[in-house]
Design a protein around this ligand. Sequence first.
Ligand code: GRF
Length: 203
Amino acid sequence: MIKINISVFISGRGTNLQSIIDAVQSGKLPVTIKAVISDNEEAYGLKRAQKAGVESIFIDPDDFSTTQKYEQKLLEFMEENKIKLVVLAGFMRLISPYFLNNFRGKVMNIHPSLLPSFRGLHAQKQAIDYGVKVSGCTVHFVDEGMDTGPIILQKAVPVYDDDDEDSLAERILTEEHKIYPQAIKLFAQDKLKIKGRKVIRED
Ligand code: GRF
């Protein structure tokens, strides 16, 4: 089977990255992680990548005079390495229309809520504050909005009366680590078709 090349963009601890690395190493996910790219030199995810023998690169956005020049550099790397999918895993930066116009339908993100509820930062706290009884996580394709792109997979978890942001985040994270590798696998197998707002699974 031909394995597609993916690149994972991170900014922090990288537990989702780890779940992807683990799925690849155990033979469950037929992709090659060509590079882990971080916009933060201190990101622990860079160490996870090194440990797994995956190329890890810090590209400092501050080295570029504009977002477009920074993203141009990222796009050049994607082209040189024949990257077919960019996986955002805790990447704390919005992808601009410029990048998306050159990579449409090929950028995925994971968000710790059942979208369209609780977009943006601190989704777990938003869920607790709102008082919902169910929350979860969503893998979606990235479009120009914040957490608004077509939904690929979702998984619900209960919210308990005594939950705080951390306990809910932990329960959601356990499910993130399952559905992100699953969504990437569906993409790698060319089973996902975007039709308007919907992602249709074609087996
Ligand atoms: C996760 O909660 C993910 O849903 C959100 O950012 C967090 C990243 O965590 N987009 P990690 O770096 O993968 O541990």
